[in-house]
Design a protein around this ligand. Structure first.
Ligand code: THU
Length: 134
């Protein structure tokens, strides 16, 4: 799995370096693999008004959508943080991931020792709130 997604993991680690996390001191990097071969990454960007912080996963997904990519164009996401266990995406990101990525896409989560956990998008948020519910 690490070999298969080596480029994606590298891009997530690069974004991790660029995180703006002066308040939490908890940098996170994420990267998306697109079906056309491109990779788009994102980092968490914090704010003195804490609630305005954007997580790495959402930074990457919003960047991809801004470029015109859509749900079906996204193959996988990798997320990296300096954690003892593979990073656990927050609830807000699980909601956004569940709408913006295909339900069966892999979510590759890494620890500071490159330990990996892989979930499918649908596993991360059971009984999620969806557009069809509106
Ligand atoms: N954070 C992420 O960017 N992604 C996650 O999966 C978990 C949390 C960020 C938000 C905040 O900037 C910092 O990590 C601490 O919560």
């Amino acid at each position: 799995m690490t070999e298969m997604y080596a480029d994606l993991i590298k891009a997530a680690k690069e974004a991790h370096q660029n995180a703006y996390a002066p308040y939490s001191k908890f940098p996170v990097g994420a990267a998306l693999k697109l079906r056309d071969g491109n990779i788009i990454n994102g980092a968490n960007v914090e704010n003195a008004s804490f609630g305005l912080t954007n997580c790495a996963e959402r930074s990457a997904l919003f960047a991809a959508f801004t470029k015109g990519y859509r749900r079906e164009d996204i193959e996988a996401i990798a997320v990296v943080a300096n954690t003892d266990r593979p990073i656990s995406p927050c609830g807000a990101c699980r909601q956004v991931i569940s709408e913006l990525m295909p339900a069966d896409a892999p979510v590759i989560l890494l620890s500071n020792k490159d330990e990996i956990k892989v979930y499918r998008v649908f596993e991360l948020l059971p009984y999620s709130f969806k557009a069809e519910d509106l």
